[in-house]
Design a protein around this ligand. Structure first.
Ligand code: GLA
Length: 393
């Protein structure tokens, strides 16, 4: 059964009628540029074929209520539209007032209303094939699908960047995860065969052709199945360290610090803060270098940048876990041109840039390395850059 069929069936059981339309939005892989987005730096993600599908319809009973159902949960959640601004924002450190899965679409409805959108009651049924907790932005995919649907049905006429901001608000203020804008932008504006080179300060985006298949290559996702969550713990701590570092340097954000400033930064900061800062500064530079190399030489030449990015996250930012390191090392030992963890870290997935005809061999090597290290088996699959959020029907 396709994800769309699942969403349609769920909608029928929720609302007892046909939806007005079907909208979908993808997960993402970040090629390079990690923990740079909330530092107003650079990222280079692309949308993946895995999508969240929302079957959505305006209510026919005249009630100003929004109900959401999801394959993630047994029970739908229903609230009045005029209740949303009593439910959100979720106070810092608290659990959302609704089950967490429902805080994504309801947070989107709340943020849209807060941005001035108005509309009648609505039923939303959500199904997804984006792996959850894998660092592939299953949450941005929900936000993107819900925001696209409500934008159309409520005639809000917001552009894709504005909808990405709506999704981020849901994530930050309804769910309570202090993330940046990368995932929502990648999901909203991703395109076939291209990565999105995004300046997270201006939100100016350029499409950079990846041409991975033309070069005889493929991108292998290695999902460690170690679940992570960004609403708790390490992610927020890293973000706080970056803010501390920027304050010490006397700048609004680490975007304003360059590789040339690192000596001075080291003199001013404690070791941990300095290493967090060094990751962000060098990672920004690696994104710029990757874009330049992709444009001049193509994807075969970016492997070393991916490897350097992983080392920086492992040693300076300290967000890798043994399973991610095992995946990266095993893929490289089996001939991958480059490999790195992708996403927020503390679990989730790594990616490897491999020869297209080496998928079976690299996969077998990664599986063997996981077994030898005593890790649970990873999930391995290739991805190609795919379309962003859209209306499907
Ligand atoms: C998560 C967040 C993003 C970004 C990455 C790390 O995916 O949602 O905003 O900060 O981590 O690059």
């Amino acid at each position: 059964m396709t994800t769309e069929t699942t969403a349609r069936e769920l909608f029928a059981s929720l609302a007892g009628r046909e939806p007005d339309g079907i909208w979908s939005a993808p997960g993402r892989v970040n090629l390079i540029g990690e923990h740079t987005d909330y530092n107003e730096g650079f990222v280079l993600p692309f949308a993946i074929p895995h999508r969240t599908v929302a079957a959505v319809g305006l209510r026919t009973d005249g009630l100003g209520r929004v109900s959401v159902a999801s394959t993630f949960a047994e029970e739908p959640v229903e609230v009045a539209l005029d209740e949303l601004d009593r439910l959100f924002p979720t106070p810092a450190g608290a659990q959302p007032a609704v089950p967490e899965w429902a805080a994504y679409p309801l947070g989107v409805a709340w943020a849209l209303q807060d941005a001035g959108a108005t509309g009648s009651g609505v039923d939303i049924a959500i199904a997804s094939d984006v792996p959850v907790g894998a660092g592939l932005s299953s949450s941005a995919a929900i936000e993107g699908a819900a925001a696209s649907a409500l934008n159309d049905l409520w005639n809000a006429d917001l552009d894709r960047t504005a909808l990405a901001r709506i999704g981020r608000r849901a994530e930050n203020e309804a769910v309570g995860a202090p993330t940046g804008i990368m995932d929502q932008m990648a999901s909203m504006i991703g395109g076939v065969d291209t990565a999105i080179f995004l300046d997270c300060r201006t939100l100016e985006a350029q499409q950079v052709p990846l041409a991975v298949a033309e070069a005889g290559l493929a991108i292998l996702v290695m999902d460690t199945r170690v679940k992570h969550a960004h609403s708790t713990g390490g992610y927020g701590e890293r973000r706080a360290a970056c803010e501390r570092g920027a304050a010490i340097m006397g700048v609004p954000s680490l975007r304003d610090v360059s590789v040339d400033d690192l000596t001075r930064a080291q003199e001013l900061m404690d070791d941990v803060t300095f290493r967090r800062v060094r990751h962000v500064i060098t990672e920004n530079q690696r994104v710029l270098d990757t874009v330049a190399v992709l444009r001049s030489e193509g994807p075969r030449a970016i492997g070393d940048l991916l490897v350097a990015s992983h080392a920086s996250m492992r040693d300076d930012f300290e967000i890798s876990v043994p399973e991610l390191d095992t995946a990266v090392e095993a893929a490289l030992a089996a001939g991958a041109l480059g490999a790195r963890m992708t996403g927020g870290g503390f679990g989730g997935a790594a990616i490897a840039l491999i020869e297209a005809d080496a998928e079976a061999a690299v996969s077998a090597a990664v599986e063997a390395a996981f077994a030898a290290a005593g890790h649970a088996a990873p999930a391995l699959f290739t991805v190609t850059p795919s379309a962003g959020a859209r209306r499907d029907a």
